[in-house]
Design a protein around this ligand. Sequence first.
Ligand SMILES: [Zn+2]
Length: 393
Amino acid sequence: MRYVNATLPDGSRRDISVEGGRIAALLPSSGNAASAEDLDLDGALVLPPLVDGHIHLDKTLLGLPWVPNRATGNQVADRIEAERKVRAARSLPESETGTNLVRQVLASGTLHMRSHVDIDNQLGLRNLHEILKVRERFRDLVTIEIVAFPQSGVLRSPGAADLLDAAIADGADLLGGLDPVGIDGDLDGHLDAIFGIAERRGVGIDIHLHDGGEGGIVELLAIAARTKAAGLSGKVAVSHAFALGSVPTARAAETADALADAGVAIMSHGPGAATIPPLLLLRQHGVEVFGGSDNIRDAWSPFGNGDMLDRAMMIGYRANFRHDHELSVAYEMVTSAAARALGLADYGLHVGSRADFVVVAAGSIAEAIASRPRRKLVVKAGRVVARDGMLET
Ligand SMILES: [Zn+2]
């Protein structure tokens, strides 16, 4: 079959021919449908699948009656404590709320995601096993990479390191980390634990780093040095890295050089209140910068919907992007850059790739991010799986 009259991201008008779930040809547009099987896109913009580089499928409360945020302070530690109480009181398992969220983001065109999953001494591996069920449920539609995330710290949570190791054995794909100094108070101790497991298990790492200022920079440089020493270049990411936005430009630039040299990527969700890393400077220095939702309707944030075009807009808004070439950076952060950070093979709109794409009513990438139109179609392996923002199945 063919999807005819598609406008590709480069502005060209093409007919997308699909065979066996893959793009068989991208032909200059013929202008009309040749058979009853063909779908006329009428010039709508076709994007590769959206990629969420940082989501928390186990934390969302989507589908539950509204849960007010009851954190008693504004520090990460206050929110950790508040979440532990919410977890104990939830009436739906994480596999159900996580399913609600995957269905929602799938309808908005996200076909790949990296989900952090809480591992601590209260939960053990329960959340991991709940989200493994979600991954299995959606395995034909969405790829879900799982990070074993020590939400309560590694050193301050007795037994956490052993649980993280067991999480990898049970199916998690990467090791997480959390503010080695701000939460665990021991930079080397924290990094020894997670790099040790990652090296032994042969997996990558994605560390939450909220610690700001020069202290956060010291942590970033330590992560870069360990990444090089461990031979994990290209397999390590730091999420948030607020510190990069809170130090003088020259210091951020030399840190960017160290991150690029080590092959450490940076994830930003366009934070509301914290400093945002200097995205353009990082890219100029060769750092892979990608995007993610982070918290969606959970004990950390009442906001978020998992729509990666919305997220690209928020990133652009926070980064003060105004020109089309800047909006295209936000777009890359939720598509190709995130795909590279996640190590997705076979990503993109080219002959031979999987026929996975998203159709929106917009004339260009910049307009799509500015207007965030409803997704006309989400196509997986050549088949329409969502139409006008609603799942077909
Ligand atoms: Zn997060």
